[in-house]
Design a protein around this ligand. Structure first.
Ligand code: UDP
Length: 238
């Protein structure tokens, strides 16, 4: 397996072509950004931590019947994934009000939601990832009805699995972002990453934040918190 030319460089990852058709090399950088890239910092080892954390989540989901793009770890900062045509819609699942939902709807952060909330945003930094509803997605032909029903079902199932999985590790899954893509043979499958960069994770005992909000809100101890997430995920890994 050889790494070839860069296909795409994002804010936190670099995607390389590989010698194997249909597979991509994902390299996790230490770069950490927030507010559409306005706030930027290098955090030692963040890429290593997110690579390992994502791989554990993908393996857990894969073992429980959720198809994902994840194939295997390649090195400390890299994983091999199936090449997908990413649907440019960020799917956000929420269990507890926080962040933009709290602001928009005036719900105090930390309020338990009686039912998980799914939201969609357009993946477009220049437009600041505007919120979409299902009709926008159909009108703009970002995905069709069958695809969106599939995505919706998978996103709720993923949430139903991850909440108790993390709870056992003393972590509340407040909210998280998923991206899905089209695979030529497997249909719609989960892509991108699942890490403290894309989830809000609160320590159940203390309420402390163990995710990118530590960076967004200048709370310090960002990589220490990510390291603790990885430690807890690894502890009871079967
Ligand atoms: N999120 C993400 N990428 C984005 C926007 C949001 O990974 O471009 C994640 C974020 O980390 C959080 C969840 O999605 O876990 C909900 O984020 P929210 O809409 O509250 O936005 P924020 O307040 O983070 O700007």
């Amino acid at each position: 397996m050889e790494k070839k030319e860069v296909l795409y460089e994002g804010k936190a990852k670099i995607i390389f072509e590989t010698s194997e058709p249909g597979y991509l090399w994902v390299y996790f950088k230490d770069d950490t950004t927030a507010f559409d890239g306005l706030k930027k910092e290098l955090l030692d080892d963040k890429g290593v931590l997110n690579n390992h954390i994502s791989s554990i989540f993908f393996e857990f989901l894969g073992a429980n019947g959720i198809p994902t793009h994840y194939e295997k770890l390649l090195d400390e900062r890299s994983m091999l994934v199936k090449r997908l045509e990413i649907i440019p819609v960020e799917v956000i699942m929420r269990n507890i009000a926080a962040g933009s939902m709290s602001k928009r709807l005036g719900i105090p952060e930390g309020t338990n939601l009686k039912h998980p909330v799914m939201e969609y945003c357009l993946k477009d930094d220049a437009l600041h990832d505007p919120m979409l509803n299902i009709h926008h997605i159909y009108a703009l032909e970002l995905a069709d009805k069958e695809e969106m029903e599939n995505i919706q079902e998978q996103a709720f199932r993923i949430n139903e699995m991850l909440v108790p999985y993390l709870e056992e590790k003393g972590i509340a899954l407040v909210d998280f972002k998923l991206e899905f893509g089209r695979h030529p043979r497997e249909g719609i499958i989960l892509g991108d990453e699942i890490s403290p960069d894309s989830c809000r994770l609160w320590d159940l005992a203390s309420g402390n934040k163990m995710d990118k909000d530590r960076f967004r809100r200048d709370l310090g101890g960002v990589t220490e918190a990510y390291r603790e997430v990885l430690k807890r995920l690894k502890k009871d890994e079967s």
